[in-house]
Design a protein around this ligand. Structure first.
Ligand code: GCO
Length: 459
């Protein structure tokens, strides 16, 4: 028996009712794309070079056909909740009507969770927009929130009685800035003006979705943002870190809190867009109260004066922050994960505290946290010490924030299993279960055993 003292000490810091879970997203794990409509990620993956290793939607983790096994793995972990997303084109191929087969899959998923006493935490939009909606402008279409409302209505009508927590969107920053501003993600526009409009229109969809969920009498409604701390390592780049913080964090929280967007945003972007798409009534709707906010936290943004070459880290590039003043570089320090992301647990605490002060009164969840490491499967085991340490340090850092007054209600590991890491393909492994991408065999890594230990050692 290994010494489980640190794990036990950590487990005993969880308050009762604290939700421990694991997360995935539809396009990353489901596979079986023949049974659904097409999404922007299918179109994006079809273009050679867009996804590093040429990965396509199939088979991913074949989650659709291996659902029972994956649900059993969740039960084995002893987690309280599973955060998954519904594929819009699986239940509404073409962005309209409905697919019985698609809806039945999510019914099986939700019922299977409940039978195992695991709370279903449903995200409506984790980036797989139906291709037909992109063809009419996607997140730049001024009516996109109405399409999202129809889709929300369908899912709520079908699953409303069985889902514990609802999230409208996952990481609108990524959808807008990686998908519209740059060409890193689908649909890959590479147009900064489109990116800003998408950022706003995603939030109008959030608002309409929320309204629909409320009209169904549903509770426990929230949304999920990827938030972090922007650290200026030198005083002369503080204004740059401040602008990164504005686009990454304050923009979304100001919208949700009903505060006006900052003048600095308009000043820095005046050559890109005039923001004439903002609508006062919509802005009011976006500020409707939510019951919880999910934070996906992985790494800080560290900014230094541009004397050094920015190190390569996925998603850490000033082109994702149009309007950034010149003269700075991103500088993720060691140790770093396989994504090039700096490992810095104190920023988890700081992010939670900062968010709690910017959106007071709203309970928080860490809806994603984890890391990509260079995992090796040897004799049926994966000794992913880097990830185990990452989890121990970050869960502890999250609980520190709670001890310091943040209303933190839960923590979800990203991810239940190795899956398609978007444009990075299958090469980057974030799972706590190792997936052999040829045989589809799942093997619990040491990090999965850690989560199991944590859930079993709780008071
Ligand atoms: C995100 C997404 C996940 C990613 C994870 C690792 O946060 O980008 O929600 O789908 O896979 O974050 O990059």
């Amino acid at each position: 028996m290994t010494d489980n003292t640190p794990t036990k000490q950590l487990a005993q810091r969880f308050p009762s009712n604290f939700v421990v879970g694991a997360a995935t997203a539809s396009w990353q794990v489901e596979g079986d794309s023949q049974g659904r409509g097409s999404s922007i990620w299918d179109d994006f993956a079809a273009v050679p070079g867009n996804i590093a290793d040429g990965t396509k939607a199939d088979p991913a983790c074949d989650h659709v056909n291996r659902l029972e096994e994956d649900l059993d793995n969740l039960a084995w972990l002893g987690v309280d909740a599973y955060r998954f997303s519904v594929s819009w084109p699986r239940v509404m191929p073409g962005g309209k009507g409905k697919s019985e087969k698609g809806l039945e899959f999510y019914e099986r998923l939700v019922d299977g969770l409940r039978q195992r006493n695991i709370k279903p935490v449903l995200t409506l939009y984790h980036w797989d927009l139906p291709s037909e909606l992109e063809a009419i402008g996607g997140w730049n279409n001024k009516d996109i929130h109405n399409y999202f409302a129809e889709y929300t209505d369908l899912v709520a009508s079908r699953l409303g009685d069985r889902v514990e927590m609802w999230a409208t969107l996952n990481e609108p920053w990524v959808s807008a800035y990686l998908g519209y501003t740059t060409k890193i993600h689908a649909p890959g526009h590479g147009d900064a003006a489109k990116g800003f409009e998408a950022a706003y229109r995603l939030m109008t969809a959030h608002a309409s979705g929320l309204e629909v969920l409320r009209s169904h009498g549903l509770k426990n409604l929230g949304t999920v943002l990827n938030l972090t701390t922007a650290i200026a390592d030198e005083p002369e780049v503080e204004h740059v870190a401040d602008y990164v913080d504005l686009l990454q964090n304050r923009f979304w929280l100001d919208l949700l809190a009903g505060r006006p967007l900052e003048q600095k945003l308009f000043d820095n972007t005046k050559d890109i867009t005039d923001w004439s798409f903002l609508d006062q009534d919509q802005l009011k709707k976006i500020a409707a109260p939510i019951d919880w906010l999910g934070i996906n936290y992985y790494t800080p943004f560290r900014v230094i004066a541009a004397s050094v070459q920015s190190k390569q880290a996925v998603g850490q590039d000033f082109s994702l922050f149009p309007g950034t003043p010149a003269g700075a570089a991103m500088n993720p320090l060691e140790p770093r994960t396989e994504m090039g992301w700096e490992i810095h647990a104190p920023s988890m605490t700081a992010t939670l505290k900062q968010t709690a002060s910017r959106l007071p009164g709203v309970p928080l969840y860490v809806t994603e946290n984890g890391g990509a490491f260079d995992d090796k499967l040897v004799d049926g085991e994966v000794h992913d010490k880097g990830r185990v340490d990452y989890y121990l340090n970050h869960i502890s850092a999250a609980l520190d924030a709670m001890d310091q007054g943040v209303d933190l209600r839960g923590y979800f590991a990203w991810s239940l299993m190795d899956n398609i890491e978007w444009a990075e393909g299958l090469a980057k492994r974030f799972g706590i279960f190792y997936v052999d991408h040829v045989t589809q065999v799942r093997t619990p890594k040491d990090s999965a055993k850690l989560i199991k230990e944590l859930t079993s050692l709780r008071n």
